[in-house]
Design a protein around this ligand. Sequence first.
Ligand SMILES: Cc1ncc(COP(=O)(O)O)c(C=O)c1O
Length: 346
Amino acid sequence: MRSRSLSEPRRKPARDEGPVIEQVRMVSTGTEATMTAVRLARGVTGRSLVVKFAGHYHGHSDGLLADAGSGLATLALPASAGVPAEIAAQTLVLPYNDRTAVETAFASYGPRIAAVIVEAAAANMGVIAPEPGFNAFLAATAHRNGALLIVDEVLTGFRVSPAGWLGLEPAAADIVTFGKVIGGGMPLAGLGGRREVMEQLAPTGPVYQAGTLSGNPVAVAAGLATLQAADAAVYARVDEVSAAIAAATSDALSAAGVEHVVSRAGSLFSIQFLPSRAHDYAGVQRQEAFRYGPFFHAMLEAGVSLPPSAYEAWFVSAAHDDAAVSRVLEALPAAARAAAAAAPSA
Ligand SMILES: Cc1ncc(COP(=O)(O)O)c(C=O)c1O
């Protein structure tokens, strides 16, 4: 075991301080990465409660399925069957971007909270960026109370910048989780943090984690090749194309008279069928989501496959060349008219 206890008071993290990743553990899926991160936080703090935010998805481990956005939101399911109440009770679900709710949770349960887990920028209830400074506030609040901050970059990592969302807006995360882009399409994910935290994982520490395919060489090679190919020009192109598609989508919807906002976090974006931007799950659920189906199908008929839910983010990749982008732009006006003509189902 290490010499210094993690519950010892430590230097107050600066507002612009990013995470320190001295050691990583490779796993195969984002679900494993966040599940392991939570177990690690519990192991090092000796506490059991975890704070998450409504509409944030961290994979399908039991305790993290409460109010988990995207797939569950599309199907209007509050949580999954098969999760014992005793396990769900270990997760406190708070409204996103709500500092008062976080402070109240720590005031009530502080000594029992092992970790706060947050999507670096929420992208499983559509895209909702954190209010400026929110992630740094979470780090400061967690640390003041002897808890850890887990920032889930499974979706944003290596995508919105080479250093993920935390590269755009640093916050002193203790554990950062990665998936998706890190594997370049192969099953690879990971978690990382300060050595003193990561060393608590087996075999050096008492927190168990293992996996037959963890860090398998084929997936790691594919991931490395992808990250090496993703140079500055790739990120600049993705930013440029996503801005162009977001703007054209908004123009088309405005021309068709559809009330909406385009909600962005770096190159990620989604449409909220709302008069003004929602900042949390309850807010985004008030949108006229019935407009998305006709919009989606009109785009599909024109050969453009969008995410199949209003609660999923639109991703641009380096594979979207000029011809693909033109096709998207040309399809938008008719799709916007289909959204305008949509009516709520009875
Ligand atoms: C933010 C976030 N965390 C975790 C996961 C789970 O990753 P996986 O599907 O690889 O288990 C996802 C998947 O969409 C995600 O978006």
